[in-house]
Ligand binder design. Structure first.
Ligand SMILES: [Zn+2]
Ligand SMILES: [Zn+2]
Length: 272
């Protein structure tokens, strides 16, 4: 499995010389399993992914949305393969059914006037919309199994686990933990995984100022991964107020707490 980080930021993209080393694009991660391409979230990081997908000759992909807050969908209209008639994309979301919405309706709304000039039906690609209930297990074929779990976030979100060829990678963002507790849904989802990408927007010290905002901390990521016997933690969904210097400090502290934790950087690739 090849994992690549195209956008590691949460909330809003940031661009200045203070964000060059860790990156300023919002959430987008790919997991390639042989010739299948799985995309997690469509933050602004999906824009640079577009030309890469075209250069690699992919004509299909699956996009799994954690939820539809701006920082997870804002790049979608700028994903170039969608303007290509021979491309097909399956778009999956697990948190909307419970709100009486479909993913097609939600994305069509994002791309409607007066918010955006190009309507969703202008995409030339074949788009298949797939709503499910977070908690379901989905067989993606080709030996890829996707497990999902509901996350604690305003309007809900979905955590994912991909199992392929004896390797497991989890994508768990956005979620707020309860202090002193380990979320049992997350523990079950990530148990024994090789890599967990986790909502680490805040530090434990900052967390109490942001109760109810729907995010977690890198320290909580370490606690969850240690309890669930996970091999590696990727600290992810960085706060826009955390510039490169702050992220350097977090990387050092995280390494001291658990050497298997690292701060995800835009452009970083891992082969598992
Ligand atoms: Zn977010
Ligand atoms: Zn969110």
């Amino acid at each position: 499995m090849r994992v690549r980080f195209w956008g590691v930021r949460g909330t809003i993209p940031c661009a200045s010389s203070s964000y060059l080393r860790y990156g300023g694009n919002t959430s987008c991660v790919t997991i390639a399993c042989k010739d299948r391409l799985l995309i997690f979230d469509a933050g602004s990081g999906i824009r640079p992914l577009g030309p890469w997908v075209q250069s690699q000759g992919f004509l299909a992909a699956d996009l799994f949305l954690s939820h539809v807050h701006w920082d997870h969908i804002q790049g979608l209209p700028f994903f170039k393969p969608l303007y290509q008639a021979d491309f097909s994309l399956a778009v999956w979301a697990g948190n909307l059914q419970a709100q009486g919405l479909t993913i097609q309706e939600a994305l069509a709304e994002q791309m409607s006037e007066p918010f955006f000039p190009i309507a969703i039906d202008r995409f030339a690609a074949d788009i298949i919309f797939r709503d499910f209930m977070a908690g379901q297990t989905i067989d993606l074929g080709d030996g890829i199994v996707l497990r999902t779990a509901p996350l604690n976030h305003p309007q809900g979100a979905t955590g994912y686990r991909v199992d392929y060829d004896g390797v497991s990678v989890c994508y768990v963002t956005d979620t707020e933990h309860r202090p002193g507790k380990l979320d049992p849904e997350i523990l079950t989802l990530i148990h024994g995984a090789n890599l967990v990408i986790y909502d680490s927007t805040y530090t434990d010290q900052e967390f109490f100022r942001y109760a109810g905002w729907g995010h977690s901390t890198w320290q909580q990521g370490v606690r969850l991964c240690q309890a669930a016997e996970v091999e590696q933690l990727a600290i992810f969904h960085h706060d826009p107020d955390h510039d490169d210097n702050v992220m350097d400090r977090i990387a050092e502290e995280a390494h001291d707490m658990w050497p298997d934790a690292f701060v995800a950087k835009e452009g970083q690739q891992l082969t598992l």
